[in-house]
Design a protein around this ligand. Structure first.
Ligand SMILES: Nc1ncnc2c1ncn2[C@@H]1O[C@H](COP(=O)(O)OP(=O)(O)OP(=O)(O)O)[C@@H](O)[C@H]1O
Ligand SMILES: [Mg+2]
Length: 384
């Protein structure tokens, strides 16, 4: 006789991109049913077999359908309005991260104010209602000034390094729906390094932190990362401790990623916060005792968290981002699989310039050795 086991839990995830796709892989291991809110049938998580509800993440009815019968509602992206989530919480649904915490990941101005007022180190910033605000800010802090869209930015979209008043975007004076500004200005930090720290937190409070990763951005988009970070042990320790306090302060639940700047004189500054599995955690699939995707399911379900330590002396992850004239990663896959020790992940996304369509992770005796393997494999995947 065959019989279908009840799922261990039903998790509803808003969004069906690569983060949901890799969460689906973890859900299979744990007999968790992952239901995703997708816009179309060709999204990465739907192609990975996750049951989908089709709809718009801004549509209260779609969110309600997602939450109905699920143990918890969670997210693979932040572009979800707060009010329908508040309504779901009021109706007794579990939503993790909750709508108030989510605001810190949705709105860069809100996040800067929230953390700055609580005494966390953040770059100098100001809201921008027009060019005169930027000129005033630059008179105090100097050029360049970094202009950031308050919300909706990712992979460097919505981040402009303005070297002088002529570099300002035309819609600088546009107002957001709440009447507030749509841009903020930030002091340009001389970066000695960028770090990312993953923190997982259960709604009941238990928290774990992953070993600190060092990320490298090109044109505002993460190209690669290595773990352990190439910084002194006490700075890595300080980064992990700071990240954990940030997540606690905003009330994040599930997996959260805290991006940090190492500024002049080794001073740490909080850059931004993602309250979901994050690109900076992809290497945890192979490199850590518990992958961020397993950990996210465990955390949002308030299940015991897993250990986070590295399973090798070092690890590296390189994003697969085609440039103009790049070859097709699918056609190059067999050649890439010849590289010993390379773990290739393809997201089943159509390849186009500037778009993240996969990543490669490698473990090694050193970060240099691991990065060499992962980078070589990405070069093969992208060869014309
Ligand atoms: N104030 C700053 N000073 C110097 N560099 C900065 C500053 N702000 C941002 N950057 C650079 O731009 C990158 C992208 O900025 P940020 O993380 O704010 O934007 P994002 O597009 O939302 O990124 P993500 O893809 O991580 O969501 C940073 O990782 C950093 O390299
Ligand atoms: Mg960022």
């Amino acid at each position: 006789m065959t019989g279908r086991m009840q799922p261990a839990a039903v998790v509803a995830m808003v969004g069906a991109g690569q983060l949901a796709r890799m969460t689906q892989q973890a859900a299979v291991d744990l007999a968790v049913e992952l239901r995703v809110l997708a816009r179309s049938a060709d999204e990465p998580a739907v192609l990975a077999g996750a049951p989908a509800i089709f709809g718009d993440p801004g549509d209260p009815a779609a969110l309600h359908t997602m939450a109905a019968g699920a143990d918890v509602l969670t997210f693979d992206h932040e572009l979800v309005p707060a009010q329908p989530l508040r309504d779901l919480v009021a109706a007794g649904h579990r939503v993790h991260p909750g709508p108030d915490a989510l605001a810190a990941a949705q709105d860069k101005l809100h996040a800067r104010r929230l953390l700055g007022q609580a005494g966390f180190p953040v770059p100098a910033f100001c809201p921008v209602a027009g060019p005169e605000d930027v000129e005033r800010f630059a008179a105090e802090h100097g050029w360049p000034v970094v202009l950031k869209a308050r919300s909706g930015g990712y992979d460097g979209r919505g981040v402009i390094v303005a070297r002088h008043g002529g570099d300002l975007p035309e819609d600088l004076a546009r107002r957001a729906a709440d009447g507030g500004p749509t841009w903020l200005a930030e002091a340009h930090v001389e970066l000695a390094a960028e770090l990312a720290v993953l923190v997982a937190r259960r709604p009941s409070g238990a928290t774990v932190t992953y070993p600190v990763a060092q990320t490298t951005q090109v044109d505002g988009i993460c190209r690669h990362l290595v773990t352990p970070a190439g910084v002194a042990d006490d700075l890595a320790w300080e980064a992990a401790e700071l990240a954990q306090r940030v997540v606690q302060h905003v009330g994040g639940t599930g997996v959260c990623a805290v991006e940090l700047f190492v500024g002049p004189a080794g001073r740490l500054l909080v850059n931004e916060l993602a309250l979901r599995p994050h690109n900076s955690g992809h290497a945890t699939i192979e490199a850590n005792a518990t992958s961020q995707f397993h950990q996210h399911l465990r955390a949002v379900l308030d299940w015991p968290l897993g250990p986070t330590e590295l399973r090798a002396p070092a690890a590296a992850m390189v994003n697969l981002i085609p440039g103009p004239g790049a070859g097709d990663p699918v056609a190059n896959l067999p050649a890439a699989l010849e590289v010993p020790g390379a773990h290739v992940h393809l997201y089943a996304k159509a390849s186009r310039p500037g778009r993240k369509v996969g990543h490669v992770t490698a473990l090694g005796a050193s970060t240099t050795a691991a990065l060499d393997v992962a980078a070589r494999t990405v070069d093969i995947l992208l060869q014309p």
